[in-house]
Write a protein that binds this ligand. Structure first.
Ligand code: ADP
Length: 722
């Protein structure tokens, strides 16, 4: 099917033709035949790189042409940015795209003037909870990675959000995109969508197992030259020598870093001078964007044309690594499986160095088939590679036959809703009532009946769970019942719109009611005691240190459980450990030190501080109702968590390009306020923060700087007076 023949705006067709897209891929043609452009609901369960985004784009363009609006739902913030950048190209067609990543309790009304809005499922849920007016105007809903309905963290939010959207906009077209899962038909039926199911790929995928000296494919063996003592390194070198790139997947962050370091010296020998120079530049960028030892390791690896990637890296480093790989400068990335989810980073060869993951209850366990398929599916860059290769490394013959049956000859598993627990339901029942989707028992059950969970369980029974949740929410004063009618109280509405778990709210309320003596630690531990916080793991060696801290600071905590209640006490110590990390962050401990003290990555510090900021904001709002004296304390802490700095630096850190470390340097030199900075001698300022940053600061503060980077403050004053 030719692009030109489609009933799409001609400017859009031209845009595709210019990008070399002339003919639809078979699954895309199938989707069009099934009514994609006539507004039919569709579920496309097709492999990576088979053109799911184009499908989504066609549906969006069509909806917008008819005067509608499209919502593109993604699972991760990083993916939202990627899609946003992608859709920006439609600006030339007069189509405006926006990304909605603002605070959870905002309605983002300004977004309403856009045609395409990209948001995570959590953000979409929060927009619905806050009754965002433009949500009613959505006529096309795209759901990327819908197989994540299976995820314990994200799945329940996704299914409830889709059920609400369906209620709000019954006429809107739903286009869901999925990896190939076992029960795609079941998901399609739930979505009332037609199914496009295919194994078609634009480049062939050869799946093999490395054992002995060779990759064993179905029909052939490919011998790999032994240049190094480790097999995976030889496979990487073989790919690079054949001018390809590879992704290596490993089970832990530490293994990923270790493997990249092992590869670096040998891979580096294959570089020519020009590549080496270009990589030097990339390594410099890495050094400019990080402060820890890992930054140096990453820069070292990148100079040799290899890298590692995991959630512990800061976002700048992740982006640099991804871009350098896309630009074919970095030849190998060793990554944890997070990279396999979503990001568009195909490679000639994918190597699965370890197909087992650590499970705290069961030790090392083989990964699900769906995860294997997601990783393997990254192999083969369309239009660039003749084919892609996915290789699993095994040590024994028994393992080889096991991997063959378990993964290569197997189909992906079915996915299962994770909504059926009190923890998952509690928050969604409150939000369903608070945002007007149901107001009595019967309506709640009808609403729950429209979820994927209910669709999947033949004789679903929410009665008991629902009762437990309603009792909890009523006891906490978040819901009230008047005969048949169940309403959210003002508190309930606020909790729902703040987007926190009602159990978190309950813990915060109890804490704020009880507390008399408040320090930073009191409030930090309070937010860490909520189920919304991601806690640090308590290692054996931490026990004594954290325990000592607790003993010496008992008065800082609202309540210390008895050490005889071992499980409860250890849980409390994890909360304190997490609160201590946050305390070091707001007290300006260097990232390097925090990384060392807590064995985390820079990315984890930012992720924890993001969650903590949001929870402190919620605490502030709750305090305004029940303990107004604490409101100010919470507001101060919220800001300090945002910037990772002390209160006296707030004026400075708010200036772009300043940040916590530079602000402290400036403060120490006497520049303690914006006013002092605005009249600073530029040369002196340059001596503290470097000439470029000095210029940026001054121009932000309304000062002109001369080309040599030097302006007398007096001259400026004179100018102002003229
Ligand atoms: P998926 O989301 O299924 O992993 P993408 O939508 O990212 O895959 O598509 C992979 C690549 O294929 C993109 O670079 C896209 O531009 C290209 N592509 C998609 N459809 C076509 C087509 N019909 N013809 C040529 N290239 C296409």
């Amino acid at each position: 099917m030719k692009i030109e023949e489609l009933n799409l705006p001609s400017e859009a067709i031209n845009l595709y033709l210019q990008a070399g897209i002339e003919e639809l891929y078979p699954p895309q043609a199938d989707a069009v035949e099934k009514g994609l452009l006539q507004g039919e609901n569709l579920l496309a369960a097709i492999p990576t790189a088979s053109g799911k985004t184009l499908l989504a784009e066609m549906a969006m363009l069509k909806a917008i042409k008819k005067g509608g609006k499209a919502l593109y739902i993604v699972p991760l913030r990083a993916l939202a940015s990627e899609k946003f950048r992608d859709f920006k190209r439609f600006e030339s067609l007069g189509i405006k795209t926006a990304i909605s990543t603002g605070d959870f309790d905002s309605r983002d009304e300004w977004l309403g003037s856009n045609d395409i809005i990209v948001a995570t499922s959590e953000k979409t849920d929060s927009l619905l909870r806050n009754s965002t007016p433009w949500m009613k105007d959505i006529t096309a809903v795209i759901v990327d990675e819908v197989h994540l309905l299976d995820s314990a963290n994200r799945g329940p939010t996704l299914e409830v959000t889709l059920a609400k959207l369906k209620r709000l906009n019954p006429e809107a077209q739903v286009v869901a995109l999925s990896a190939t899962v076992g029960n795609a038909m079941e998901i399609a039926q739930w979505l009332e969508a037609k199914l496009v199911l295919s194994e078609w790929r634009p480049t062939d995928l050869h799946e093999g197992i490395f054992f002995g000296d060779a990759i064993n494919f179905y029909e052939e063996q490919k011998f790999i030259e032994r240049r190094h003592k480790e097999d995976t390194v030889n496979l990487v070198l073989d790919t690079i020598i054949e001018e390809g790139q590879c992704l290596v997947f490993d089970s832990s962050r530490r293994n990923c870093v270790g493997f990249a370091k092992k590869c670096a010296p040998v891979a580096g020998e294959l570089l020519d001078r020009q590549k080496r120079n270009e990589l030097e530049e990339v390594a410099k960028e890495v050094l400019e964007n990080g402060e820890t030892k890992l930054t140096e390791t990453l820069a070292y690896c990148i100079k040799k044309g290899v890298a590692f990637h995991h959630a512990g890296l800061n976002s700048a480093h992740r982006r640099i690594v991804e871009d350098a790989f896309r630009n074919n400068l970095v030849k190998m990335i060793c990554s944890t499986p997070t990279l396999a989810a979503g990001l568009n980073l195909p490679a000639r060869r994918v190597i699965i160095r370890s197909y087992k993951r650590y499970d705290p209850n069961a030790g090392m366990q083989p990964i699900p088939v769906l995860d294997y398929k997601q990783m393997a599916g990254r192999a083969g860059r369309p239009h660039l590679d003749p084919y892609g290769e996915a290789v699993v490394i095994v040590k024994t013959y028994e393992e080889l036959t096991d991997v063959l049956e378990r993964y290569i000859n197997a189909s992906a598993e079915d996915i299962w809703s994770k909504l059926g627990t009190e923890n998952a339901l509690r928050t969604h029942i409150l939000s369903t009532i608070a945002s007007g989707f149901a107001n009595c028992h019967k309506e709640i059950l009808t609403f729950l009946g429209s979820t994927f969970f209910a669709h999947q369980q033949e004789s679903w029974n929410f009665e008991e769970l629902l009762e437990d949740c309603l009792t909890f929410l009523k006891n906490e004063g978040m819901l009230e019942q008047d005969n048949e009618i169940i309403r959210a109280t003002e508190l309930g509405k606020m909790i729902s719109s703040l987007y926190i778990d009602p159990l978190s709210a309950s813990k915060i309320i109890r804490g704020l009611e009880k507390t008399t003596h408040v320090t930073d630690m009191t409030l930090l531990q309070l937010i860490c005691s909520t189920p919304d916080m991601r806690l640090l793991y308590l290692r054996n060696r931490d026990y004594e240190i954290i325990n000592d801290y607790v003993m010496n600071h008992t008065e800082d905590f609202i309540e210390v459980p008895s050490p005889f209640k071992q499980i409860e006490y250890e849980w409390f110590l994890s909360e304190v450990k997490t609160a201590l990390l946050l305390q070091e962050w707001i007290n300006e401990k260097s990232l390097e030190k925090i990384v060392e003290n807590y064995q985390v990555g820079e990315g984890d510090i930012y992720a924890s501080s993001d969650i903590a900021e949001w929870l402190m904001h919620a605490t502030l709002r709750i305090a305004s109702r029940i303990n107004p004296q604490l409101e100010k304390e919470c507001a101060k802490l919220e800001k300090r968590i945002h910037y990772g700095a002390g209160s006296e630096l707030m004026e400075l850190v708010e200036i772009p390009n300043v940040g916590r470390a530079r602000a402290r340097k400036l403060f120490k030199k006497g520049y303690s306020s914006r006013q002092k900075l605005a009249t600073a001698n530029e040369k002196q300022l340059a001596g503290i923060v470097g000439p470029k940053i000095a210029q940026k600061i001054l121009s932000y503060l309304g000062r002109e700087t001369d080309s040599n980077g030097y302006v007398e403050p007096e001259t400026l004053e004179n100018k102002k007076q003229q």
